[in-house]
Write a protein that binds this ligand. Structure first.
Ligand SMILES: [Zn+2]
Length: 392
């Protein structure tokens, strides 16, 4: 088995080694600093003798380096160099994950990890249930204090019967009876069973920041975080977006959450009132009579579809013809007919086509719409006119 340098030195970026075997693109060395990935952290990339290393993974107990187009041969001495910026970012991210979970767990002792992902573009931990942004803020306070306190990050090996093992976050059922357990500690605030690679001191993280949380389906909630410069950039950008929202809402930072909640509440009330008004309007709707046929028309902005559909069905069933238009973000049109002279399926696409819109349905009912709300009145007039022509 190769000497796995990263197990005892996470900071060695350049190393010398001998080639053990080469099978096409796949190269095995007698010693390597390339981390093959594990525990949710993606693998290192880099160069071997000037050839790009695109992937590194375990095949059984062997570490395989994928080096496309290489000219390496067994027995050759090589220089390996890992992409240091990427490695450092991944080590910081991985150590950040330990610190973040430890801090979140202090806010909610029932919290458990279901999945971890540490990559250059994305870093997240999926936990079994949701946390409030207040809890996350308190956790980040704790974690960033630990970063400023520059706590040591240490790796020790424990036996299964070590009494200190009870302090350790660990899934014992995943570890064989006779296996030694590698424990990574952050100062005296966190002990976790882990065989991954970490930075040596918390100050190397610079900053830890959570910038997103999204549902991860049955797995729980994905908490996305950033470390170092990426954390600073993300925090600054998000703060600027918040400041724009505060300006737009004419509010103060300390009031903005309540202001937005109030706005949402007011909007919901207004929408309810508007729906009720439309319902009332429709109940009182008087048809005009065209050639003996009752023709119901109206523009109902903010109406919900069901109210309009129910009314259209009712009027149609009595032999009437219906043309309803409602505008919000776009313009919706609904026509219904209980009279053979008006074929909705034929008429609606003809009318909407003149306005760059689309629609379809059956001879007795069709719906569709156009994007341009500034043409609502014009569309309504053409629609009413077309139906009247067919009836007369
Ligand atoms: Zn770890």
């Amino acid at each position: 088995m190769a000497d796995e340098v990263f197990r005892h030195d996470g900071y060695m970026a350049v190393f010398e080694a001998g080639v053990v075997s080469v099978k096409g693109d796949e190269v095995v060395l007698d010693c390597t600093a390339f981390y093959p990935g594990g525990g949710g952290q993606v693998c290192d990339t880099g160069m071997i003798n000037g050839f790009r290393v695109t992937d590194v993974h375990y095949d059984g107990k062997e570490i395989v380096h994928v080096v496309p187009g290489n000219d390496l041969t067994p027995g050759l001495r090589i220089w390996g160099e890992i992409d240091w910026d990427r490695r450092m970012d991944l080590m910081m991210g991985h150590t950040g994950e330990h610190l973040l979970f430890c801090a979140l767990h202090r806010q909610d002792p029932e919290l458990a990890i279901t999945k971890i992902f540490i990559g250059p573009e994305e870093k997240y931990v999926i936990v079994n249930h949701d946390l409030t942004w207040e809890q996350i803020d308190a956790a980040l306070d704790f974690a960033n204090k630990a970063i400023r306190d520059n706590l040591p990050v240490r790796k020790t090996v424990m036996n299964r019967d070590d009494p200190d093992l009870e302090k350790v976050r660990i899934k014992l059922d995943r570890i064989a009876e006779d296996e030694e357990i590698t424990v990574v500690s952050i100062g005296d605030i966190d002990y976790s069973a882990c065989s991954g690679i970490h930075v040596m001191e918390t100050s190397e993280l610079g900053m830890l920041f959570v910038d997103r949380k999204v549902s991860a389906g049955k797995d729980g909630i994905a908490i996305h975080f950033k470390v170092g410069n990426a954390a600073q950039d993300s925090a600054r950008k998000l703060a600027n977006i918040c400041l724009q929202v505060i300006d737009e809402a004419n509010s103060k930072a300390e009031d903005i959450v309540r202001s937005v909640a109030n706005m949402k509440h007011d909007l919901a009330l207004a929408a309810e009132a508007s729906k009720a008004m439309v319902k009332q309007q429709i109940q009182n709707l008087e048809p005009k009579t065209v050639n003996g046929v009752e023709f119901y028309t109206g523009m109902f902005n903010g109406a919900d579809r069901k109210t309009l559909t129910d009314a259209a069905d009712k009027f149609k069933s009595k032999g009437g013809v219906v043309a309803f238009v409602s505008a919000s973000d776009s313009v919706s049109v609904m026509i219904a007919s209980g009279n053979p002279k008006v074929d909705c399926k034929k008429l609606l696409p003809e009318v909407l086509g003149k306005f760059g819109g689309r629609g379809g349905g059956k001879p007795d009912f069709a719906q569709g719409g156009i994007q341009d709300t500034s043409r609502t009145q014009e569309l309504y007039d053409v629609l009413v006119d077309s139906v009247e022509k067919l009836l007369s």
